[in-house]
Write a protein that binds this ligand. Structure first.
Ligand code: S3P
Length: 177
């Protein structure tokens, strides 16, 4: 399955928890981009600009989707802008892989991103300020709502969110389903 949503939605942490729970593999698309480009996402943005990053993102996604044709038990976390690009959403929809939108309000997403940047030094080139963050979130949310499943994450722990996704998709191996 593919996890989508805005910055701070918890795509990577929920993705890891889901992978652990289901015994599936996990992959973060941004990490594939960094390996292919031999540069950090922040460096690609800084040195080559957003358009170059989007090209690298699309190429990495295409490569990954080809691999998923044979290895289906994988959780993939996309960067916040990936599914907003029409051609990326088209490729994912055509693949038939279920998409899960991790939803939360802009204020909570902003708080999570701020604390990740302060505590872990996580650099997000498009973080901007509170107001630009809110506007970007508002413009992207309609795209995320096209996902197969919308999962509310506000006020929930990573474990709770993973459990709810598993339940909603009927995937719990511990229940023998
Ligand atoms: C982006 C989000 C980032 C990363 C890049 C662009 C975006 O990923 O892909 O900085 O356009 O929202 P996260 O959503 O994991 O922060």
């Amino acid at each position: 399955m593919v996890l989508i949503g805005f910055m701070g939605a918890g795509k990577s942490s929920v993705g890891r928890a889901l992978a652990e729970r289901l015994g599936w593999a996990f992959e973060d698309l941004d990490e594939r981009i960094e390996q292919r480009e031999r540069r950090k996402v922040a460096e690609i943005f800084r040195d080559s600009g957003e358009a170059a990053f989007r090209r690298a993102e699309h190429a990495a996604l295409k490569e990954l989707l080809v691999e998923l044709r044979t290895r289906v038990q994988k959780i993939v976390a996309l960067g916040g802008g990936a599914f907003v690009q029409k051609k990326n959403a088209g490729l994912i929809e055509a693949s038939g892989i279920p998409t899960v939108f991790l939803d939360a309000d802009a204020e909570e997403l902003w708080r999570r991103c701020r604390s990740q940047s302060e505590q872990q030094g996580l650099e997000r080139p498009l973080l901007g300020n509170r107001e630009s963050f809110r506007l970007l979130h508002e413009s992207r949310r309609p795209h995320y709502l096209k996902a197969s499943l919308r999962q509310e994450t506000g006020g929930k722990t990573v474990g709770e969110i993973a459990a709810e996704v598993v339940e909603a998709l009927g995937l719990d191996r511990r229940r023998g389903r």
